[in-house]
Design a protein around this ligand. Structure first.
Ligand code: 5GP
Length: 179
């Protein structure tokens, strides 16, 4: 894993290999296995980017658990000038459930800071966040990540589910942009 790749107009170098990803995902899974015995948590996976992380994480769970997948769409509200985020495909009953949100990367934290209050309206018993990657230097909102794979610098990454303009999601490890 030493080669540079080009996706569209940009060049990327290897950053996290499959062994590193597997090691941290195994650790997160064992923490969740420990914390959620007899709780039958509901995982809500935010598409598209988190699909590969969610799949590998879910396979490593040995507790009873459910999983569902949503997309977040942002549109311009009629009255507000800011963008409003809404969940598409959220048909699971969240009331009194132990919910774990699965996200690929928390960057500014804006997406989750808008989405989490919407979920709280459903009155889950608990609401936690599992994220593969986090860029603390970019964080602008108060988001607490409960299960985190890697803290990374504020540089664009792709691979392992994350894309650059539609491409790169199928790469089995994480690459970082050469600036
Ligand atoms: P936030 O709302 O936390 O700023 O952004 C979260 C979303 O932005 C992520 O779910 C992801 O889709 C996208 N994102 C943020 N940083 C990166 C990055 O370095 N690479 C890719 N491919 N997507 C990113």
């Amino acid at each position: 894993m030493t080669h540079q790749i080009q996706v569209h107009d940009k060049k990327f170098v290897p950053y996290l290999n499959t062994e590193q990803l597997n090691e941290q995902i195994t650790r997160i899974a064992s923490e969740i296995n420990r914390d959620y015995v007899d709780k039958k948590p509901l995982f809500i996976v935010i598409l598209n980017g988190a699909f590969m992380f969610a799949s590998d994480l879910f396979k490593k769970l040995d507790i009873e658990a459910e999983i569902c997948f949503i997309k977040l769409a942002s549109y311009k509200g009629v009255k507000s000038t800011g963008k409003v985020i809404t969940a598409i495909g959220l048909d699971a009953e969240l009331y009194d459930r132990d919910v774990i949100i699965v996200e690929d990367i928390v960057d500014t934290g804006k997406t989750l800071s808008q989405f989490l209050p919407q979920l709280s309206h459903h009155h889950p018993k608990s609401l936690k966040i599992a994220a593969l990657l986090h860029k603390p230097e970019a964080l602008q909102y108060d988001i607490k990540i409960d299960y985190l794979g890697f803290v990374i610098p504020n540089k664009f990454v792709l691979g392992y589910g994350l894309d650059y303009d539609g491409l790169g999601r199928n790469i089995d490890c994480i690459y970082q942009l050469i600036e």
